[in-house]
Design a protein around this ligand. Structure first.
Ligand code: ZN
Length: 295
């Protein structure tokens, strides 16, 4: 690696926020001119985007290294990712962008009506970040692909390492919640496969450290879901005739504090199995019916 390697252009700023993710922080990122997932306003994030932390005024002096931003977006509109979208839009004057299919949901969650929209594969406003649809954890979930110049130096000449700001699609350790009514397991597994096959050099998740081995982590997360699916199916085959009975059978560990997430996860698995014709039709009446209201 040459000694003059510049700082990687992906800046990760962990933001303390009310989240159930381990660590109690959500990562905000500044990459390719895009501010992603500003979960709350903190000094470190002010500094990362070139705001003067004391006065809140835009520095905007064009100095090299000043990461003035060209746009603001979120990976999805869960409350632990959106808290300071409106504040940073106001402070920086940067336009706010939402996925074209979910602009209303975005405005409701962020309090910022989007100034523009993007669709899968498009760049976000004037930034160098490109949207990659990755539904599953949430119906509006999207990731952002950026070129990571000054990375490990493993790429061919002229081809910078490719990074993906992957939101809650993946985490370095453990797993993310894919639960009803927000989550859709079939979409989630498709998104994992899509990201895996795209061959990114690094993933930057919504919670926790960067992922340097995207293929292994995508495989691990997929296997984890399929293991759970097997347990759910076995519980059904052993006679469980309702969601609660499946939860009891499919989880061996103590669920104190996470029982709601376990139940939501089991419902998502049952929905997938039902949609695939792998459960009897009687299960349609046994699953919660509030799903459409979230779509
Ligand atoms: Zn989320």
């Amino acid at each position: 690696m040459p000694a003059s390697t510049p700082d990687p252009p992906v800046a990760r700023v962990p933001v303390p926020v009310d989240t159930r993710a381990p660590g109690g922080t959500t990562n905000a990122y500044v990459a390719g001119g895009l501010l992603v997932d500003p979960a709350a306003r903190i000094d470190a994030l002010d500094a990362a985007i070139g705001l003067d932390g004391a006065s809140g005024e835009r520095r905007d002096n064009g100095e090299p290294g000043t990461a003035a931003i060209d746009a603001i977006a979120v990976t999805h509109t869960h409350p632990d990712h959106v808290g300071a979208v409106a504040a940073y839009a106001r402070l920086t004057g940067a336009p706010v962008f939402a996925h074209a299919d979910h602009a209303d949901r975005f405005a409701e969650a962020t309090g910022a009506g989007p100034d523009g929209t993007f669709e899968d594969g498009e760049t976000v406003g004037d930034t160098a970040a490109r949207a990659v649809d990755t539904p599953g954890h949430a119906p509006d979930h999207v990731a952002f692909a950026v070129a990571e110049e000054g990375g490990e130096g493993e790429a061919e000449e002229g081809a910078a390492p490719r990074a993906l700001l992957c939101g809650d699609l993946a985490v370095a350790e453990g797993s993310v919640v894919v639960g009803a009514p927000e989550g859709d397991l079939r979409e989630y597994l498709d998104s994992l496969e899509r990201v895996r096959d795209a061959g990114y050099d690094r993933l930057y998740p919504g919670h926790g450290p960067a992922i340097d081995d995207p293929t292994a982590v995508c495989d691990r997360l997929t296997d984890h879901r399929l293991d759970r699916e097997r347990a759910v199916l076995e519980a059904v085959e052993a006679g469980a005739s309702g969601v609660d009975a499946v939860v009891d059978a499919a989880y061996e560990k103590d669920l104190t504090g996470v029982a709601d997430l376990a139940r939501a996860t089991v419902v998502a698995h049952l929905e997938k199995l039902l949609a695939e014709g792998r459960l009897g039709e009687e299960w349609a009446a046994r699953l919660p019916r509030d799903r459409d209201s979230y779509r």
